[in-house]
Write a protein that binds this ligand. Structure first.
Ligand SMILES: *Cc1c(COP(=O)(O)O)cnc(C)c1O
Length: 395
């Protein structure tokens, strides 16, 4: 990339840390043994996988045998949600509670919403809980939704689009009172904020390497001891029979390293918050009629979601891209479609305003100069686009 490139899309993915890449390197062509093979050479791979498991567990304050490796956050969510649901259909398993009802929220990532939708097609009932204008789960609605058939609650730790952090401890108290399993998609918080599974009180937690400077295509699921779930990837007996397939050894080693580094970089959130607030203040000062979805305080440090009235998100994205600035509009996974973000709609933002959304997500590599550059070019982009705006308002 040329020197001008400014990456402000860290909620979509992050660059792998050089220390992560160095840790992974030997496992491609030096220590390439299959962890399950029986000779000494392969035990080096096995030990590396188990060391990585310890590092992931340490970051979560969990036990190593409560961690299984997956191909990322999407798969971890699928293993958790379908695994608990199907344990209820499988007579051979002693499950916590029998039932067919799952509770989630309207603002989950598609990696939670789609498995839930699929389970509905398989006869499960799913309730999608509303959020307030900040994107916070309605706890009363959640409490009222729990029935004696409820087997699982899945609510994300922090939202990837607006950054709002959910009241996980309160939700876990409700889940415990009703003897219901509680899963959280913590892909946006692991490595960025505290994700102590005992403090959070969760039974299942998903994480993904590439969202916190680890490699892509590797993640993990925390499964509290005693939690019953059935596998859906069948094959060899890997990962305690819960997720078959030869281990992605370099990826797993990289994930472990990323967890270790995250513990060293705990102070980073302060820097991100300062830069994010500077960006927020600058946009406030320079651009009229902008709204800032997301909770004002309980929010990921590096995330700034905005709606710039009368301008389309995609147009702003393309114009920023011309300037070498990478951001995301609405939901990254929905981009290319004309549907506005389901998260913003659930927060009560009108459709036409939701179309004007943009997300800046800052990371380790960002500097004051990056923010200065955005604050120099972005107001002009908005001014230009508003002049030609088809929404009838000219500024
Ligand atoms: C990125 C993301 C995922 C998907 O993780 P992958 O590792 O890319 O499959 C799931 N949930 C949230 C909240 C995310 O931000």
């Amino acid at each position: 990339m040329n020197e001008k490139f400014i990456y402000l899309d860290h909620n979509a993915t992050t660059p792998a840390d050089l220390r992560v890449i160095e840790a992974m390197r030997p496992y491609f062509n030096e220590l390439y043994g299959n962890p399950l093979s029986l000779y000494k050479f392969a035990s080096k791979s096995r030990e590396a996988v188990e060391l990585a498991r310890e590092k992931v567990a340490k970051l979560l304050n969990a036990e190593p045998n409560e961690i299984i490796f997956t191909s990322g956050g999407t798969e971890a969510n699928n293993v958790a949600i379908k695994g608990v649901a199907h344990a209820n259909l499988t007579a051979v398993r002693q499950v916590k509670k029998r039932g067919n009802h799952i509770i989630t929220s309207k603002i989950e990532h598609p990696a939670v919403l789609k498995p839930c939708k699929w389970l509905e097609s398989q006869g499960f009932k799913v309730t999608y809980i509303s959020v307030d204008k900040y994107g916070v789960i309605d706890l009363d609605e959640l409490r009222d939704a729990i029935t004696d058939k409820t087997i699982l609650i899945s609510i994300m730790h922090a939202n990837n689009e607006v950054g709002t952090i959910e009241p996980i401890e309160e939700i876990s108290r409700l889940a415990k009172e009703h003897n219901v399993y509680f899963h959280t998609d913590a892909v946006q918080t692991v490595g960025k904020t505290s994700t102590n599974v005992d403090e959070l009180g969760v039974d299942l937690l998903s994480l993904s390497g590439h969202k916190f400077y680890g490699p892509k295509g590797v993640g993990a699921l925390y499964i509290r001891r005693g939690t019953k779930l059935v596998p859906f990837v069948h094959g060899g007996g890997h990962e305690r029979n819960l997720r078959a397939g030869t281990h992605n050894v370099p990826g797993i080693v990289g994930l472990g390293k990323a967890c270790e580094i995250a513990e060293l970089e705990r102070e980073e959130a302060k820097k991100l918050k300062r830069l994010r607030d500077k960006l927020y203040q600058g946009i406030m000062d320079k651009i009229p009629e902008v709204i800032f979805p997301g909770h004002p305080e309980n929010r990921l440090a590096g995330t700034l979601s905005i709606c710039v009235k009368y301008v389309e998100g995609e147009s702003m994205l393309i114009n920023l891209d011309f300037e070498g600035i990478a951001v995301s509009s609405g939901s990254a996974c929905a981009s290319g479609s004309l549907e506005p973000s389901h998260v913003l709609l659930a927060m009560g933002i009108p459709r036409e305003v939701a179309h004007s959304s943009l997300r800046f997500s800052l990371g380790r590599d960002n500097t004051d100069e990056d923010i200065d550059k955005v604050l120099t070019v972005f107001p002009n982009i908005v001014k230009k686009l508003r002049k030609i705006s088809p929404f009838g308002k000219h500024r």
